[in-house]
Design a binder for this molecule. Structure first.
Ligand code: SAM
Length: 275
């Protein structure tokens, strides 16, 4: 679709009085080239549905629309709705905005199966939504996740085994999906700039390993990383059968949680799921 001319985002912000609210975690991205790069992360979007959380003044939204996506968005700040309505007029029929709290709406009903999820959110909201999206029944209803986080949170999501950032979030994000940092974003790219650097994480679902009860895997990782400095023989001893399963798999109980690969956690959880 040929992109219609749009006013600079600074003018949109000024015209609608969108001075950034700290309470809503508002740090806006105004660099259109950077926004186009972020919108390209999910892959070609022509004719694809995208669920965008927290469009704000619509910088990322217009990049997604330019890429040919049909965008369904949820924004909590009522002040942004008229600005987004103007953007909708430039892309008739391709933008549907709901005013509301992303934590309270049913994204699947709003966006429909197969939607790509894209968001630049306050990090606490983003992490809670990420955990929800990764905890749904598999294969998930969404096609991919492209989410901005504080860099430290992004590192925790993609962390490899034997690294400081490796923990429950890494296992959750990696046991049945692939997760990578697709784009680092300097704090100066935001208006106003946040205190720390950011990064966009891209997550694509994969086949779920067979025979693993998700709740068992969760209990296991919670116990193991709840006492991450301790040896596994201490940290997982409260989970019935865990030490026997590790012995059967040849996993040394003197190891610590951060040395157990995602595949090893999955193998222990599979053995426990059978019991
Ligand atoms: N997407 C815009 C951009 O990239 O410039 C704005 C990003 S700003 C970091 C976060 C946006 O999420 C704000 O517009 C804020 O109002 C919105 N927001 C915050 N909490 C929200 C929630 N619980 N549900 C929906 N939107 C929320």
């Amino acid at each position: 679709m040929a992109s219609p001319p749009l006013p600079p985002l600074r003018d949109v912000i000024a015209a609608h009085g969108l001075n950034a609210s700290k309470a809503l975690g508002q740090n806006f991205l105004l660099d259109e080239q950077l926004l186009d790069r972020i919108a390209a992360i999910p892959g070609p979007l022509e004719g694809q549905r995208v669920f965008e959380v927290g469009p704000g003044p619509g910088g990322l939204t217009r990049a997604l629309l330019r890429a040919g996506a049909d965008v369904v968005a949820v924004e909590r700040d009522a002040r942004c709705i008229p600005a987004l309505a103007e953007l909708g007029h430039a892309f008739p029929g391709h933008l549907h905005v709901t005013e509301g709290d992303a934590m309270a709406v049913d994204a699947r009903i709003l966006a429909g199966d197969g939607a790509h999820i894209v968001a630049n959110l306050p990090y606490n909201v983003g992490t809670a939504l990420l955990v929800n999206w990764l905890s749904c029944s598999w294969r998930p209803w969404w096609a991919s996740l492209t989410l901005m986080f504080q860099q430290e949170v992004a590192e925790r999501i993609v962390a490899p085994v034997n690294s400081d950032h490796y923990g429950r979030l890494a296992v959750l994000a990696q046991w049945r999906s692939s997760a990578r940092i697709a784009q680092k974003v300097h704090r100066s790219a935001f208006t106003p700039p946040p205190k720390v650097m950011s990064a966009v994480v891209h997550i694509v679902p994969e086949d779920e390993p067979q025979g693993v009860d998700f709740r068992v895997l969760e209990r296991l990782t919670a116990a193991a990383f709840g006492q991450r400095r301790k040896m596994l023989r201490q940290s997982v001893k409260g989970i019935s059968g865990a030490l026997d399963a590790m012995a059967d798999l040849g996993i040394d109980p003197q190891r610590r949680a951060e040395t157990l690969s995602v595949a090893e956690f999955v193998a222990v959880a599979r053995a426990l799921s059978r019991r």
